[in-house]
Design a binder for this molecule. Structure first.
Ligand code: ADP
Ligand code: ZN
Length: 529
């Protein structure tokens, strides 16, 4: 693109070749760099692995002074600085992990004009001495990495990020570049507003990762399902398996090892040393499977991760996209595989309810979860839905996700939905609420001790659900939850009606459901109700 060439100073491309040894810029890099080198602000939305770092590193070298990079990833700063030093770039960092003399020597280098890049933890800016230090230095630009951390509604909120609008007020002539891999329209607007980047040009990259195949399956025996998936498709491949809890990380890692699949655990409860050894082994050795909580992965740059498997539901589409995005950075075919079930939904709701923060915050977490559930239950192309979520709509079916490759058949689940909802209504009249398990017992007419002692054999809906089995009913509950047609709350995940349920009960709304692979075919409408 010649227009791009003209707006990007020749020195930037020269730097790219000389320092990094790369032939050319990718995507919007050249244009973004041109903008910042010219002293203007930029807001960059680019997926993980898209090449955000160069967007501020190159201008820091081209412009006079030091590029100051604000980043919350303290654990990665030393590595980033080492990597830059290896390229001959003069870089340093200031954060709480340093010894006083290390900090002092970095400060000295900054003041002497001997740093191209300075990485800074956001909390450093709370300290007046840091501000005074920056006042005395020559600053080439401010880069605000992981800029979505400024979003109070996002999944990674850091209060210190709110302070960053101060950069603009205090150093108004220094260009700023904010970068993130989170790209919903709402987040983008919030970043622009909170960081006072209203005049910045926005660069929104293509979020599609065509080499990643997206697949989401109903979960019944997660470890066996995972094993089957790995044996069938990823024997000997490196990959990441995400679990929600530390305990399940340990369990799954042990299980894989016992099955002859080399696996390592990674979670925040492990010793620092164990963590860094495991991480280093995963990066260096071939064919290792990292079983981890989401504590693992930020900033990990391993090109040949062939699969990312989720054994538990991620809490947002942003999280899912970021985690799955660690697969296939080399562009070769890779798989994003997720198993999820009703218990995941119950557990997430529980976590949301017990989370800190006010009602609005919890509502927001709920919306994030709903969007994730909608992705799980969609009967159309997963990629299309994923990209639409990030603001890229109308891409059409992709041909490389499970719903495209094996289109889900749907069935009319209106009657089972009505049966379930009317059971909830009848219990509601008795001022009682129950979780999915008990409701399914009632529908299947199971005379369990609990059912009998609560007198639930008397309900008119007792035993009217014989057309489906236990799994079938759990699938119905899950799909109703995903569609917002039942609500769930409390420690026990009790089910209740939502505003939308009423239309289903009145027969004004049809409910289409997926027929799940390997399951008994659901009955047709004729079963009556
Ligand atoms: P992000 O921060 O967006 O996740 P990175 O900046 O870490 O991505 O870049 C991801 C990988 O792509 C890195 O290995 C980086 O060196 C490489 N990369 C970035 N830009 C280019 C380019 N123009 N040419 C070749 N490789 C690049
Ligand atoms: Zn598709």
């Amino acid at each position: 693109m010649s227009a791009v060439d003209e707006s990007t100073p020749a020195t930037a491309r020269e730097m790219l070749r000389r320092v990094w040894g790369y032939e050319d810029f990718r995507g919007d890099q050249a244009e973004i760099i041109g903008e910042v080198v010219a002293g203007r602000d930029a807001l960059v939305l680019m997926p993980t692995g898209g090449g955000k770092s160069l967007c501020y590193q190159v201008p820091s070298l081209v412009r006079e002074g030091t590029g100051v990079v604000v980043s919350p990833l303290i654990a990665l700063m030393a590595d980033q600085v080492d990597a830059l030093s290896a390229l001959g770039v003069r870089a340093g960092f200031l954060n709480s992990t340093q010894l006083p003399h290390e900090r002092a020597s970095t400060e000295q280098a900054l003041l002497a004009g001997e740093l191209d890049l300075l990485y800074l933890a956001p909390e450093r800016l709370r300290v007046p001495e840091t501000l005074a230090l920056l006042d005395r230095a020559r600053i080439a630009l401010f880069a605000i990495d992981e800029a979505h951390c400024v979003s109070q509604w996002g999944h990674d909120f850091r209060p210190d990020y709110l302070r960053l609008s101060m950069l603009h007020e205090r150093w108004s002539d220094v260009p700023r570049i904010a970068l993130t891999a989170t790209a919903t329209e709402a987040t983008r607007q919030e970043i622009a507003a909170r960081l006072q980047l209203e005049d910045a040009r926005h660069f929104v990259a293509d979020f599609d990762r065509p080499n990643i195949q997206y697949r989401i399956v109903p979960k019944d025996s997660p470890q066996q399902q995972l094993l089957q998936f790995l044996r069938a498709e990823h024997e000997g491949d490196a990959g990441i398996v995400y679990c929600l809890s530390r305990a399940s990380v340990e369990r799954v890692a042990e299980f894989l090892c016992s099955q002859g699949i080399p696996a390592l655990p990674y979670h925040a409860g492990l010793d620092r040393e164990v963590r860094s050894t495991n991480q280093a082994r995963f990066l260096r050795e071939e064919g290792l499977v990292m079983v981890a909580t989401i504590a693992f992965g930020m900033g990990i740059d391993k090109p040949d991760v062939r699969f990312v498997a989720h054994l538990d539901l991620p809490k947002s589409v942003e999280g899912y996209y970021q985690e799955t995005g660690r697969a296939g950075r080399d562009g070769l075919p890779s798989t994003a595989w997720l198993a999820y079930g009703l218990a995941d939904v119950v557990q997430h709701r529980k976590m949301i309810e017990s989370s800190e923060g006010d009602a609005a915050h919890r509502r927001n977490l709920g919306h994030h979860l709903d969007a994730m559930l909608a992705l799980c239950e969609t009967v159309t192309c997963r990629r299309e839905q994923l990209l639409a979520y990030f603001g890229q709509s109308g891409t059409g079916p992709c041909g490389n996700c499970d719903t495209c490759l094996d289109p889900p058949k749907t069935w009319d689940g209106t009657i089972p939905a009505q049966k379930l909802l009317s059971t909830i209504v009848r219990l509601d009249h008795r001022r009682q609420r129950y979780g999915a398990g008990h409701l399914v017992d009632i529908l299947l007419g199971r005379e369990t001790d609990r059912v009998r002692s609560l007198g639930h054999t008397d309900l008119t809906t007792f035993g009217i659900g014989a057309e489906l089995d236990e799994r079938g009913w759990r699938g119905v509950v899950r799909q109703l939850l995903a569609a917002g047609l039942v609500g769930i709350e409390g420690d026990y995940g009790t089910l209740g009606l939502t505003e939308a349920s009423v239309a289903v009960l009145r027969g004004e709304r049809q409910v289409l459901m997926r027929i799940e692979p390997g399951r008994r075919r659901a009955p047709s409408r004729s079963s009556g109700g």
